[in-house]
Design a protein around this ligand. Sequence first.
Ligand SMILES: [Zn+2]
Length: 274
Amino acid sequence: MGHRYREHVDHHGQRSAGAGADSRNSILALTSRDKINRRGLIVKISIVVPWLCAAGLLVAVVLLFHSNNQKDAELANVSESVHQVEKLRQAMKELETTSATQSNQLAELRNQQGELMRLRNESRQFREQLQQLTKEVQTAQSEALRVQAQAQAAQAQATQLAEAEKQRMAAVNAQAAYEARIKAVVDANLGLGTPQGQAAAACIGNLGQIEGAKQQWALENKKAATDTPTWDDIRPYLGRAAQALSCPAGGTYSINVLTAEPTCSIPGHAVPPR
Ligand SMILES: [Zn+2]
């Protein structure tokens, strides 16, 4: 278009440089040339305008398309956002539910923990009581054992005492019986009221001394029942009695074997058997 304008200006330059007489023709020519130019211009415009319109339309279509796309994208975005919000709400709800459940579970756990503590405490108390009882039982058992041992010892002692008493009574009875027999021997010699009777009693007493010395000698020297001691053997066991050891009636003593009683040569002067 700029080129066309320059051309036009060139015409005017020519015209101003040309002769004045031809100015009318020039104007006519100019007019006709303008007409031609205008027609060309109209033709050009008639070609250009539709293209312009088409271009504008295209741009509009493009813009519209773009806008539509944007709208669609925005719609998608909004839909996505709504979806997200819905999801968030759902998640929130779940979270609330979970939170409530958890708080319930926590309370339950706390209760269970309290119960556990209580049970543990009870268990400890029971254990202590059990230990205490076990100790008491052990003490009672050892006490019972001690008492039982004491009772057994007392029983043994009582048995021993009873046995000793029995032996003592037996010895007492034996002695009484022996003395009774000696009295019978003395009575056979006319009794203690006569010299004969007194001599018999004294002689039986001597024979008893000799028998005692014999038994002591056998015991201390570990002699057998078949051994027979001499006067020298038994003299240490007779002590002071050894000097006055003679029969008032003039009888002679025989010591005899350990299993036999000593005897006097006077008839009736004899220790009765035990
Ligand atoms: Zn005698």
